[in-house]
Each structure stands twice: as structure tokens, then as C-alpha cells.
Design a protein around this ligand. Structure first.
Ligand code: UD1
Length: 420
């Protein structure tokens, strides 16, 4: 088990390149199940979640090999239609194999994911979508057992936009007989990235980039080579880090359009931001202003940057609020931030942050991926040394985070530990 030791007080200053988007890769990889053959997914991040998806696909007979951010996938032979609990419990995106397996093979056995670190995260939308496409769904021993002779086009409406259910349904509908409509579809760039890949494979999808997708099923699709989009959450985390430490940062290989809301909020907080092509520069030389955020589905403020924004507001002189409307219980980082001296009160899905208080280094524990990022950021604000335990969460979603932080001037090192 690794931990980070961080000495607070350093500024984030410098230039880094942003990696490929974890959540886009996790949507694109299972799409390779839809057509047999060889794919190369360029700009794939080298992350624990990508390894987990590779292992899951490997357990079905798909060969995956990552060479310097080019992920080679060979789905010519598939000899299992099952996503075992062992993989799904580690990573919910494993559930994405349901749609393509049903569409291409007419059967799938996929473990239910269960809860996650910040509360229940159901998969009912995924299951209802498959039923709308004609699949028979049974629950047996913690597994979803799904079958269909051939999926049929259907009308799917989501009560709230869901990234996972949209990508799962979209993959399934591409090979269904007839036309499908997915309304109130998620608009997240990772969904659009997968849709573009499917279109390149030969899928007929109208409305890509909108919340209503019209899909005309085809009999077969073909393998492709595709580029993964930049990771907007990694980019947002570094922008917030630079703002919190009153530093200066240049991010390369980003898509600023994907970060429009985050950039606007950082400007409200007093940051000077310059956008040129695929580069974003940020500078700030005074403490950020208290600035409220409310998370929402894209293009709203991402829930995956909520914890990091909470850390930013610890450095703002005054009171601010952070409300999460996507995951109402996503505040596991708050008690850990309190250990550093933070003054935060959580009422339902709203955190009130009284910033500008002195923080001091302490030992804190990562509870999930983005919560861990917020702990690193808060440790930068704290005086003295902090230890962050269980950083395996960070390795799920931030590529080479300590070397990127070190390159930006942060005093951080990874240490092996027996502590759990
Ligand atoms: C994806 C992202 C995750 C991000 C989240 C919200 C991946 C691998 N993960 O997760 O990082 O935090 O989007 O942007 O891309 N819901 C249901 N029933 C369902 C599915 C979802 O009620 O069957 C609800 C959820 O509880 C949540 C909302 O819909 O309140 C949106 O969740 P969703 O977009 O599905 O999140 P994920 O796809 O799991």
C-alpha cells in the first residue's frame, strides 16, 4: 500500500500535458466488443481503471496491450460473456460490457456493482434500457443475466441523464434491428467521444452531441483506430490546484470547450485565464474569492470536481457553498479535510465552507478517487507535513500524478507503507 507525503506551502507553477480521459477510454474499450478485429485507441491513459477494463475484456478472450498510450485491442475471439464480481466491484464501468455483449451475442452475465464509497449508485436505467430494446433480464445470485435473440429498436427515455446508461444503451442500439431513440441522453464529452467512435465503426447515429440520439441499427460494424479525448477532470484538478496555491500553470493537450463552466467559475474566483487552441493558462496572485458552485450534468459544473473545489474554497477568505445535485452523499472527503483544520458544515447535499482558516498538516485517508485529489490540494494549503493514505484510489484516475505535481514544484513523494 502506498502513501503520499506532502510538505505544504509550495505553489503549483509550470507547464504539463494532460492525459487521455479515463472515462472516455472506459466507454471506448467495451465498444470493441461490438465488431470482431483489431483496434488501436490512441492517447489512452496508463491507469489502474484502464488495466481493470483490460483484464475484464481479457477474461472474455479479448487481447489488450498498452504501448506508450496506444492501446491495441484484438476482439477477434470472444469465449466468455461474463463480467465477474471480482472486476465489477473494483470498477463500476465494467457494467458497460452488458450492452455490447447483448447486441452482438444475445447474451450476457454481468455482476451487479453494489454500492460505492459515496452511497448507492443504481443501474436501473441500464437495465430498463436493455428491456426497451427487447432483452429479457433476470437477477440471479448478484448477477444480471440478460438474453435476446436479436435486440429490437426501442424508445428509451432517462429520467435524469446518465453517462453510463447512455453509453450502454447506445452500444446496444447500434446493432439492434430497427430504429431507437434515446432521449434525455447524457451530453458529457466522454459520451460524445464514444458516439464518434461508433459512427466511425459504421453505426448510424443522428444527434451526436445532443440529448436526443436517433440510432438506426445496422447488421455489423467494423474495427477502427480512434483518439481518446483529453481528460477534463485531470485538467480541472490542476487548474484548481494552481488557483489554490496562488500559482501559475499552463496546460497542454486540453479541450477548453469541455471546461467552459469550470473556467467561468475560476474566473469568478479571481483567476486570470487565457485560452489558446488546446492550451489553457491560469494565474492568480492573491487568495481566491469565495465562489459557490452547484454540480449538474454536463455542461454544468462536474461532480467529479466538487471535492477539489471544496479544497479551493478553504483558501478563500469568507463563506462559500458547494452543492452536489448528482451524488447527494458525495462528501466523504469533508471529515478528512476537517482533520487538516478545515471548517466545513454539511447539510444534506450542501457543504458550507468557512475559508481562510489556518490549516496544519495531518495524516488523512483517501476514500475515493476525487476525494483523494482534494486531500492533496488541501495538504498544499496546510502548514507542515501531511500524509495521505490509500492513494491507490488516485492511481485509478490520475496518470503519474506525483511526477506531474513534482514537475510543477510540489514537495510530494510516494512511500510504501504497512498502514492501511
Ligand atoms: C459517470 C462517471 C463518473 C461521474 C458520473 C457523473 C464514468 C466511468 N464515470 O458515472 O466519474 O461522477 O458519470 O458525471 O464515466 N442513476 C440512476 N440509475 C442508473 C444510473 C444512474 O439513478 O441506472 C443516477 C445516479 O445515481 C446519478 C445520476 O443518475 O445520480 C448520474 O449518474 P451517471 O451519469 O449514470 O454516473 P456514472 O455513469 O455511474
Amino acid at each position: 500500500m502506498d502513501k503520499f507525503i506532502i510538505n505544504g506551502g509550495s505553489k503549483i507553477n509550470g507547464k504539463i500535458a494532460i492525459s487521455g480521459a479515463k472515462n472516455a477510454s472506459l466507454a471506448m474499450m467495451p465498444a470493441c466488443l461490438l465488431a470482431p478485429g483489431c483496434y488501436t485507441l490512441h492517447n489512452t491513459p496508463n491507469l489502474r481503471d484502464v488495466w481493470t477494463m483490460s483484464r475484464l475484456l481479457g477474461s472474455m478472450g479479448v487481447h489488450c496491450e498498452l504501448n506508450d498510450h496506444d492501446l491495441f485491442v484484438d476482439s477477434s475471439k470472444i469465449d466468455s460473456f461474463e463480467a465477474p464480481y471480482e472486476h465489477v466491484k473494483k470498477m463500476r464501468a465494467s457494467f458497460y460490457v452488458l450492452g455490447p455483449l447483448l447486441a452482438r451475442y444475445g447474451r450476457a452475465r454481468v455482476s451487479l456493482p453494489g454500492g460505492c464509497a459515496w452511497g448507492p449508485r443504481p443501474v436501473d436505467f441500464h437495465l430498463k434500457a436493455m428491456e426497451k430494446l427487447g432483452a429479457e433480464i433476470n437477477l440471479e445470485g448478484g448477477y444480471v443475466v440478460a438474453s435476446a435473440d436479436r435486440l429490437q429498436g426501442g424508445k428509451i427515455h432517462f429520467d435524469v441523464p446518465s453517462v453510463g446508461a447512455t453509453v450502454n444503451a447506445m452500444m446496444a442500439a447500434t446493432l439492434a434491428r430497427g430504429s431507437s431513440r434515446i432521449s434525455n441522453a447524457a451530453l458529457e464529452p466522454e459520451v460524445t467521444a464514444q458516439a464518434r467512435m461508433l459512427v466511425k465503426m459504421g453505426a448510424q447515429i443522428d444527434g451526436v452531441g445532443t440529448n436526443c440520439l436517433e440510432i438506426e441499427g445496422v447488421d455489423s460494424l467494423s474495427p477502427v483506430n480512434e483518439h481518446t479525448i483529453p481528460d477534463r477532470i485531470e485538467a480541472g484538478t490542476f487548474l484548481i490546484g494552481a488557483a489554490l496555491s496562488q500559482g501559475q500553470i499552463v496546460l497542454e493537450n486540453v479541450n477548453p470547450y469541455h471546461l467552459a463552466t469550470v473556467i467561468a467559475k475560476l474566473e469568478d474566483a479571481g483567476c486570470e485565464i487565457d485560452v489558446r487552441g488546446e492550451t489553457i493558462s491560469l494565474k492568480i496572485d492573491e487568495p481566491p474569492r469565495p465562489t459557490d458552485i452547484t454540480t449538474a450534468a454536463y455542461p454544468g459544473f462536474p461532480t467529479d470536481l466538487q471535492a477539489q473545489w471544496t479544497a479551493l474554497m478553504l483558501g478563500a477568505d469568507g463563506v462559500s457553498s458547494v452543492r452536489d445535485t448528482i451524488y447527494l452523499d458525495r462528501f466523504k472527503h469533508v471529515p478528512e479535510l476537517t482533520r487538516l483544520g478545515a471548517d466545513i458544515e454539511v447539510n444534506d447535499n450542501n457543504a458550507i465552507i468557512r475559508g481562510g482558516k489556518k490549516l496544519s498538516g495531518a495524516t488523512v485517508m483517501s476514500t475515493d478517487l476525487r476525494a483523494s485529489a482534494s486531500l492533496i490540494l488541501a495538504a498544499l494549503l496546510a502548514e507542515g507535513r501531511s500524509e495521505i493514505l490509500r492513494i491507490y484510489h488516485l492511481d485509478r484516475g490520475y496518470e503519474h500524478i506525483e511526477s506531474k505535481l513534482q514537475a510543477l514544484g510540489v514537495d510530494v513523494r510516494r512511500v510504501k507503507t504497512e498502514e492501511f
